[in-house]
Design a protein around this ligand. Structure first.
Ligand SMILES: C[S@@+](CC[C@H](N)C(=O)[O-])C[C@H]1O[C@@H](n2cnc3c(N)ncnc32)[C@H](O)[C@@H]1O
Length: 262
């Protein structure tokens, strides 16, 4: 079932801007001052809306994404900020050598919102991200844990049955078999299989952060993801402390987590 933001790129951009202003920026600000002289990278920036509130506060922002259609949209939506030298949008892989050479040790803040669950080998990727940080820099992660009702991203399925909660945690061949049986497109199945392969839980994320020599500076688990206000008209709701404290089980009822690490 296509939502408004899936059909209209500007709606998606505006939601990224609002989500950043209302949730992401206030969260980051609890551990890192935001303002002039602060360099921000959004890795996997999509249409780039998350960077606009940072640019408005005087930060210099670099958005990077592998998807050219989305970076072209970002360049259009942010053309004034780009012309003013406040934002740069790059259609690039962060693993490219020239990206590393240019931005090694450059950023005060790196943002990955709804991205880390799509990245293969997070054990190597998170330490790699560290190389882009200045001394005292911080990384923000926001992601849906794998075991949450729609942690497989099955909401992108075209068939109603494909959007059922929790069945993504079946063994991979069974999950793929169900998707084939209900006639999902090959492209959608491939995308869902990619998320299956890169799936991340709260516990594995925290283990990787620790192993990378980073510390959790701030975290918030949500019962209702802040972006559900746009998807379902539901207000964001923090997870109950008791549920948040139960390892593994908490993943099943936590639709989103925010972390800053550094
Ligand atoms: C779900 S979108 C999130 C977009 C945006 N951050 C937001 O919150 O709306 C994930 C994005 O990460 C990008 N991405 C994945 N791997 C990447 C890589 N190695 N380098 C740059 N971008 C990447 C994808 O192209 C995609 O646009």
């Amino acid at each position: 079932m296509a939502l408004k933001q899936h059909l209209d790129d500007k709606v998606r951009f505006d939601q990224q801007v609002d989500n950043c202003r209302s949730d992401v920026m206030p969260f980051i600000e609890q551990t890192k001052p935001i303002g002039k002289g602060i360099n921000v990278m959004e890795m996997g920036c999509g249409e780039g809306g998350v960077m606009l509130p940072f640019a408005e506060r005087g930060c210099y922002c670099v958005g990077v994404d592998l998807d050219e259609i989305r970076t072209d949209l970002a360049k259009e939506f942010l053309k004034d900020e780009i012309a003013a030298g406040k934002i740069a949008i790059l259609y690039q892989n962060v693993y490219d050598q020239d990206f590393l050479d240019k931005y090694k040790g450059f950023f005060d803040i790196i943002i990955l919102k709804d991205v880390i669950e799509h990245i293969p080998n997070q054990e190597a990727f998170i330490p790699y991200l560290k190389t882009f940080l200045k001394e005292g820099g911080q990384i923000f992660f926001g992601f849906p844990p794998w075991y949450m009702p729609f942690g497989g991203h099955q909401q992108i399925a075209r068939h109603k049955l494909g959007m059922m909660p929790y069945y993504h945690i079946l063994p991979k061949p069974v999950y793929k078999g169900v998707l084939k049986m209900i006639g999902e497109d090959k492209g959608i199945i491939d995308e869902l299989m990619n998320v299956y392969d890169t799936r991340i839980t709260i516990e594995r994320f925290e283990r990787i952060v620790k192993k990378s020599g980073l510390k959790v500076l701030h975290k918030q688990h949500y019962l209702f993801n802040p972006i559900y206000r746009y998807k379902f008209g539901v207000k964001p709701r923090k997870q109950f402390g008791l549920i948040s404290a139960i390892p593994f089980f908490r993943n099943f009822l936590t639709t989103c987590v925010y972390y800053t690490v550094g």
